[in-house]
Design a protein around this ligand. Structure first.
Ligand code: FSX
Ligand code: SF4
Ligand code: F3S
Length: 541
């Protein structure tokens, strides 16, 4: 933070004093909100104001490729600083087909006059590199792909605004007849992705402003999305989340529960799978956002949102599998399961995911700790006692799954504490199924692999790592079996979520342990539940 501040102060010293603007209230409000959003200290407010009021306008080229102009519409809806201030004072919009005042040869001339490293390039829309007549520009009829390659080469930074430019978007959805793709696939340089169909005005402008002020990108995630905006899921900060936690769902559209803030998961909300800050920043100058307006999130800012998330208004169940681009999952047959022993060398760590005893092996011993109550009667009783929300959750389970509730509450056997994390599947089976199965772990794994989607319903397991052990805690997370089930997700989707979350926890635990101990990263897999390529991928990738 100190580095950023000093950098800014240094730049102010070199600024041409003649370009001075008056600092107005709205500029101050904008900068204060910006500083708060990026969790910068208050010390930044004055230098930023000074810098913005003195600096030369930043040259910006906004290229429109395969898109619907929704991103531009969103950009225009900004209230503070307001699009007029933005364009008149902070930004010099050299090229934007909808907003620029230049036309024809003059507009093309503006592009030719750009200087290397002295402009930001914003790209809206995805690109088709194989068709020379797609998205042609000017009298030269250069293709969109050519224009993009040319302009991106000399730009100071490339920002992909919208899901189309970030990940391909609707145009790249199956069967993608135009062979359209995201921008980073064509240009050989780093981009900042600001996805959303469209993204909010705030996500576009604040990211751009950060880049202009500090001449660097904000911290990005693995998909090049700014973490300040895309670090949490929509569900994490949703105003209806308490209702998800208590199992209170809108059952159908038009249901009066809709206006009472009930959760929209059962009518298709994909908020738990979408990384975006919509609940906080909203749209149209903070007027509203999809869930406030009464429709679930469609995960519009995720890669492949069109193909991967099934239909918009129902949860992801087998019934809707025709709407999913099926992931090729290996079929699992019971005969395939066999346990084998891991012969580890001293520097190796073994992840042994097994129906009898899951372990993490290091230096000849198991370093994994885990505890879970498998007696469903006691589990439900405990859960109901935790909070008002969980008590209501169990009540809803009783209302909507009366037979399962009765079966489990009639279970009068003694407490059965398990030390095997794979037994999360056993607990899930008891909560969701009336049938007894011969080998429940294998049955649950088969069901998980038949789930036609690749979207993971996270089960919120926590992982703690110390010098001599790795602790996985699933006690709190197991409540989500009830939440998802009441929301309409079925056995296969929940089993898929549990297995993926468990693999993530094992992998995270081992990765942190390796760092803590400063040892070589040499992980070997074993156990009867690992004999599936997807599980291997989850544990190792
Ligand atoms: Fe449209 Fe933008 Fe969607 Fe795409 O937003 S709102 S199709 S992300 O490129 O114009
Ligand atoms: Fe909000 Fe959707 Fe999560 Fe429900 S499922 S809490 S409506 S984001
Ligand atoms: Fe898109 Fe979902 Fe936000 S649909 S706009 S990511 S609430």
């Amino acid at each position: 933070m100190d580095f950023l501040l000093n950098n800014l102060k240094q730049k102010i010293q070199h600024i041409d004093q003649a370009q001075k603007f008056i600092i107005r209230d709205e500029d101050r409000r904008f900068v204060e909100s910006f500083v708060k959003t990026f969790k910068l200290s208050q010390d930044f407010v004055e230098p930023i104001l000074k810098f913005l009021s003195h600096k030369k306008s930043t040259n910006l080229v906004w290229l429109s490729l395969s898109e619907c102009t929704g991103c531009t519409e969103s950009f225009l809806r900004n209230e503070i600083p307001g699009i007029d201030s933005l364009l008149l004072e902070y930004i010099n919009l050299d090229y934007h087909e909808v907003l620029m005042s230049a036309a024809g040869f003059q507009a093309r001339e503006n592009l030719k006059n750009l200087k290397k490293g002295e402009y930001f390039l914003v790209v809206e829309g995805s690109v088709c590199a194989q068709q020379e007549y797609f998205a042609t520009f000017g009298a030269e009829a250069s293709s969109g792909a050519e224009e993009l390659l040319h302009l991106s080469r000399d730009a100071f930074m490339v920002l992909c605004v919208g899901t189309c430019s970030s990940f391909g978007g609707v145009q790249a959805a199956n069967p993608n007849p135009t062979n359209t793709e995201s921008i980073d696939k064509l240009i050989q340089r780093e981009v900042v992705n600001i996805p959303g169909c469209p993204p909010s005005d705030i996500n576009i402008i604040y990211t751009l402003m950060y880049a202009i002020l500090f001449e660097k990108t904000p911290s990005l995630d693995a998909l090049n999305r700014p973490l300040w905006a895309y670090g949490k899921t929509v569900h994490d900060t949703c105003e209806r989340k308490a209702k998800f936690e208590s199992g209170d769902f809108v059952q159908t559209f038009g249901d009066e529960k809709m206006t009472q803030g009930y959760c929209l998961y059962k009518v298709g909300c994909k908020g738990p799978y979408a990384y975006n800050n919509c609940p906080k920043v909203k749209f149209n100058s903070k007027t509203s956002w999809p869930i406030q307006a009464g429709h679930g999130c469609i995960a519009c800012s995720e890669p492949n949102f069109w193909d991967d998330f099934g239909v918009f208004e129902t949860p992801m169940t087998k019934q809707n599998k025709s709407f999913a681009k099926e992931e090729k999952k290996e079929a699992v047959s019971i005969q395939d399961f066999h346990t084998f022993v891991l012969n580890l060398q001293s520097h190796q760590i073994g992840i042994f995911l097994d129906s009898k005893q899951t372990q993490i092996l290091f230096n000849g011993k198991n370093i994994l700790s885990f505890n879970l109550e498998l007696n469903t009667h006691l589990f439900l009783e405990e859960l109901a006692k935790k909070s008002k929300l969980t008590s209501r959750l169990v009540e809803n389970y009783q209302t909507y799954f009366p037979k399962l509730y009765q079966k489990n509450m009639h279970n009068m056997s003694d407490s059965r504490i398990s030390q095997n994390p794979a037994d999360t599947l056993l607990l899930m089976h008891e909560i969701l199924s009336l049938e007894k199965k011969e080998n429940t772990h294998y049955f649950a794994l088969q069901e998980a692999m038949s789930f036609p989607f690749k979207v993971v319903s996270d089960m919120d397991f926590s992982v703690k790592v110390s010098e001599d052990n790795i602790v996985i805690d699933a006690i709190k997370g197991m409540r989500l079996i009830l939440c998802y089930a009441l929301g309409g997700l079925e056995y296969d989707g929940i089993a898929y979520g549990i297995l993926a979350t468990l693999c993530k926890a094992l992998k995270e635990g081992v990765a942190k342990f390796i760092v803590l101990k400063g040892i070589k990263n040499d992980v070997v897999l074993g156990g009867d539940l690992v004999q599936n390529s997807l599980i291997e991928k989850w544990l190792l990738k």
